[in-house]
Write a protein that binds this ligand. Structure first.
Ligand code: NDP
Length: 251
């Protein structure tokens, strides 16, 4: 790894460790936690598109800069990344339902910066910065377990998001108590699924940039799941008392 990539990677990891405790006290101001005082805003759909587009585009440009993936494991990992992020950037914004609260430009700008650094670190790793993978890595238990975890997480994330998006009748902006699937046990199975995806990716890729991304995902989503959970309890007196925030029976 080049000295520049190593320095950026350490800075990126350090930023995650600083951000997590801050987010425990200050929920990122979009969606149900949107509030005044965060400056000018953009329509939510445009915000999601701008925030997420660097992830599939910059990652693909770097990972494929030398041509097709160097080995089978790299090809699988690039495909997993693209499957997640092409959906998140170019499909998800058009699945949003009802009246959407606008998103502060500040949130969008911070997310663009985060996604650009993350895609740069991970894309460059697969594009030649990392050593590549030996042929038998696709049979290594870490790779197999990681890919299984990613696919399981992707399924959980998609299923939970589908339930959430189905709660809001067209033209309305209210919230309801989600039911079914992993909502039986936790308030934010979509975040749980996302966390499983990137932990699985880090296991399968066995690389410092993928590990940094998994740490960042936890730094973002654990505090937000706690904030959502508290909000549900405050807002719905009948909220199921046995339901936890993110991890069934634990948190
Ligand atoms: P939320 O769970 O807050 O919201 C998802 C969508 O469902 C929004 O459109 C929201 O509307 C709507 N919604 C949520 N709860 C309800 C409810 N009870 N009743 C009616 N509608 C509801 O997820 P985010 O918007 O924070 O994230 C979207 C996706 O992006 C998730 O899959 C998440 O995993 C991923 N993500 C990944 C991050 C990472 O670091 N890798 C960081 C952040 C998100 P509204 O927006 O109006 O609240």
């Amino acid at each position: 790894m080049s000295p520049l990539h190593r320095s950026v990677l350490y800075g990126f990891l350090l930023a995650a460790l600083v951000t997590a405790p801050v987010l425990l006290f200050v929920a990122a101001p979009y969606g149900r936690h949107a509030r005044r005082g965060w400056g000018p805003t953009l329509p939510a759909r445009l915000g999601w598109l701008l925030m997420e587009a660097p992830s599939p585009l910059l990652f693909a440009a770097l990972a494929l800069s030398g041509g097709l993936p160097r080995d089978a494991a790299t090809a699988v990992l690039v495909l997993l990344w693209e499957a997640h992020y092409l959906h998140r950037a170019f499909v998800w914004p058009w699945r949003l339902r009802g009246q959407r609260r606008p998103m502060p430009i500040l949130v969008v700008a911070m997310a663009i910066a985060f996604n650009a650094v993350n895609a740069w670190l991970n894309g460059a790793w697969f594009g030649g910065l990392g050593p590549g993978y030996p042929d038998d890595w696709i049979r290594d238990p870490r790779f197999l377990a990681g890919v299984a975890l990613f696919l399981g997480g992707f399924t959980v994330n998609q299923h939970a998001d589908r339930i959430l998006l189905g709660l809001r009748p067209p033209g309305t902006s209210g919230y309801a108590v989600p039911q079914g699937g992993l909502f039986r046990w936790v308030s934010c199975p979509n975040y749980l699924g996302e966390l499983l995806e990137w932990c699985g990716f880090a296991l399968a890729a066995w690389s410092p940039p993928a590990l940094a991304f998994a740490v960042w995902t936890a730094a973002n989503l654990v505090p937000r799941a706690i904030a959502h959970h508290r909000w549900y309890r405050r807002t719905f007196p009948e909220y199921p008392p046995e339901r936890r925030a993110l991890l069934p029976g634990v948190l």
